[in-house]
Ligand binder design. Structure first.
Ligand code: NAD
Length: 273
């Protein structure tokens, strides 16, 4: 319950970031950023529902978190682009915990398109990226967000991309085997628009919808790519997954109780110039 006061001495500001007892569903939880999200939520006392595809072994990671942080966590194998799978995720979570306080959509599919030039992209590859990234986020918001509106509270965090807003600078990829597929940008642009839509749609239902846009999160990249990236970045370096996670704690917790529709960019100033 929000305190109606102007006396700041009555407020415990640290407590606003506390996630103790909150149930947070995180998709793509075994990925580069997802892992940091799970770790951070667990450190702030939240129960983590570790969601990923079977091959990523979400249950193993959930057990590991549970052991290290002495909190209840579960792993749920889910294919986010399939409604039956997302409905099952909701049912399992509610059976285990009886509520859902946070939903974090940190899944992605793009890897098999990394090296495919736009002129050659086949429909199947395009569809797969849009299905997992955009439709997956839609289904999660529809199934779990709708539940949150009945509950009267909830915080949703989605993940668009810098390339929802600006085009990739193709010089970044010169001399490397990397690239950014158009379908990825298109899917992420859709997530951006969907998130803004839902922020306004559910604003009076107690459900906040915000975004985190990371950029250039280091994952043992090719040396030339890292050098190119540093040349274009105001901060002259790539970022680390643990630099993204604190933004999530802010958006999931009561610290951001008056924040909805925000795209919190953790991009080292990439788009300021
Ligand atoms: N890494 C970056 O620099 C960066 C930059 C901008 C945005 N993002 C976004 O942040 C999020 C996390 O990125 P990341 O680098 O950790 O990605 P990642 O590739 O390391 O992890 C993605 C996770 O999604 C899971 N996944 C794939 N298909 C799935 C499906 N059908 N259902 C459920 N899970 C599925 C994968 O198994 C994997 O664990 C993504 O949405 C990504 O687009 C990342």
């Amino acid at each position: 319950m929000l305190k109606r006061t102007t006396q700041t001495s009555e407020i415990n500001f640290k407590e606003k970031f506390n996630l103790s007892g909150k149930v947070i569903v995180i998709t793509g939880a075994c990925g580069l950023i997802g892992r940091a999200f799970c770790e951070a939520v667990a450190q702030f006392g939240g129960h983590v529902v570790v969601v990923d595809i079977e091959a990523a072994k979400p249950t193993e990671f959930a057990k590991d978190l549970e052991k290290r942080y002495n909190i209840k966590c579960i792993g749920v194998e889910t294919e986010v682009e399939k409604k039956a799978s997302v409905l099952q995720l909701k049912e399992i979570t509610l059976k285990e915990f009886g509520k859902i306080d946070g939903l974090v959509c940190a899944h992605q599919n793009k890897s098999h398109l990394k090296f495919e030039p736009f002129e050659n992209v086949c429909e199947e590859n395009w569809d797969k990226v849009i299905e997992v990234n955009l439709k997956g986020t839609f289904l999660l918001c529809q199934v779990i967000g709708s539940y949150m509106t009945q509950q009267g509270s909830g915080s949703i965090v989605t993940m668009p991309s810098t390339y929802s807003n600006v085009a990739p600078n193709q010089n970044l990829y010169k001399g490397t085997s990397l690239g950014c597929p158009a379908a990825y940008s298109a899917s992420k642009g859709g997530i951006d628009a969907l998130s803004r839509y839902l922020a306004s749609y559910w604003a009076d239902k107690g459900v906040r919808v915000n975004m985190i846009t990371p950029h250039g999160v280091w994952n043992h990249h090719e040396k030339t790519f890292e050098e190119n990236f540093a040349n274009f970045s105001p901060m002259k370096r790539m970022s680390y997954n643990h630099e993204v996670a604190p933004a999530l704690i802010y958006l999931l917790s009561d610290a951001s109780s008056y924040v909805t529709g925000l795209n919190l960019k953790v991009d080292g100033g990439w788009t300021v110039w």
